[in-house]
Write a protein that binds this ligand. Structure first.
Ligand code: AMP
Ligand code: MG
Length: 327
């Protein structure tokens, strides 16, 4: 028996925004489908059309960072071409390689040869051949990426896949564009990568719910209230299929080429930058409770909530003192 996660719905509601009515001018919201997920932008006190313009940026960035669109900069690098990188690709590659090194490769932007063997989209996916996984893994890894200024090259046939960090990077850029238009507050939600800017007109923060794993989409386990903070979740329940009683999810362990079995089912990271949060959430899901929490606790501006496969909720140091958390 096979079962697939209801991907789009889960992605939208993996982090459910509990936006309460705020009395002052109504916010403007735009919602769409981009980056292979449901995306939405809500803006308080911005210029007319601000939310819609912000949402359009998703498509523009997707055309640059996608691994599957043939003309993207990332696809061109994967084909061995040597395009002059845009500022955004250069910045995203530098950030990705930095997090790869700081997570000892738990977050790895050069796993594309392996991730492309796994199919989390079709109704009835085949398991990849173990020999193919081993061969792809043997030519993967961020050590095979050379970034020099606006040039990026790959050796041994390694392939880039920035799916673990691109949404966060794009959320940050969208946030900048909204702030430049003078909005007082905004929430950018790119399939569970949630960036909260400023505050609501009444001065209150934004309450972001953390999805209960494998429950109905939108069923919240707990929520945190934040201002000027990204709340980014990686969950094994977001994309998965079940085969012969075993669940295969989309976050791969770079040491095995198979879905990470770290004891964590969900990681939510709170950081000022959504890109940092995105890379960290993916890394922690691979690293597991001990190593992952040590990583978070060692960082100055990062906090996390981990959900384990035995139902435990783990908070990083200081999270409950700094943020309002509700069950
Ligand atoms: P996220 O939802 O941010 O955790 O990203 C998951 C996506 O990142 C997957 O769909 C893959 O495209 C990619 N990915 C899978 N495993 C890893 C990994 N260990 N490091 C970096 N990216 C990964
Ligand atoms: Mg991520």
């Amino acid at each position: 028996m096979k079962k697939r996660g209801s991907r789009a719905v889960c992605a939208l509601l993996a982090v459910l925004l509990l936006l309460s009515a705020c009395g002052a001018a109504a916010p403007e919201t735009a919602t769409g489908f981009a980056l292979d997920t449901v995306v939405s932008v809500t803006v308080w006190g911005g210029e007319e059309g601000s939310a819609g313009r912000a949402l359009e940026l998703c498509g523009r960035y997707e055309a640059v960072f996608s691994r599957t669109l043939e003309d993207s900069e990332i696809s061109r690098i994967n084909r061995g071409e040597d395009p002059a990188l845009s500022e955004d690709s250069e910045a995203l590659m530098a950030l990705s390689l930095d997090w790869a090194a700081r997570t000892s490769g738990a977050f790895d932007p050069a796993l594309g040869a392996v991730t492309s063997l796994w199919d989390f989209h079709s109704e009835d996916p085949d398991l990849p051949d173990p020999d193919d996984v081993a061969a792809a893994l043997a030519r993967s890894g961020y050590g095979r990426v050379a970034l020099a200024g606006d040039r990026c090259s790959l050796s041994d046939g390694a392939q880039l896949d920035l799916g673990g960090v691109a949404k966060g990077y794009i959320a940050d850029r969208i946030g900048e564009a909204i702030a430049a238009e003078g909005a007082a507050g905004a929430v950018v939600n790119l399939g569970g990568d949630v960036l909260c800017l400023g505050h609501k007109p009444d001065g209150s923060g934004f309450t972001v719910g953390i999805q209960k794993p494998f429950a109905d989409a939108g069923e919240v386990l707990l929520s945190v209230t934040v201002s000027d903070m990204a709340v980014v979740t990686s969950g094994v329940y977001e994309r998965y299929f079940t085969r012969d009683g075993r669940t295969y999810h989309h976050i791969l362990d770079p040491e095995t080429g198979y879905p990470a079995e770290s004891g964590l089912v969900s990681v939510t990271v709170l950081t000022p930058s959504a890109a940092d949060g995105d890379a960290l959430a993916t890394a922690c899901l691979v690293l597991g409770p001990q190593e992952g929490m040590a990583l978070i606790d060692g960082l100055e501006n990062a906090w996390a909530v981990f959900l384990t496969d035995s139902g435990e909720i783990l908070f990083s140091e200081g999270l409950r003192e700094r943020f309002s958390v509700r069950d």
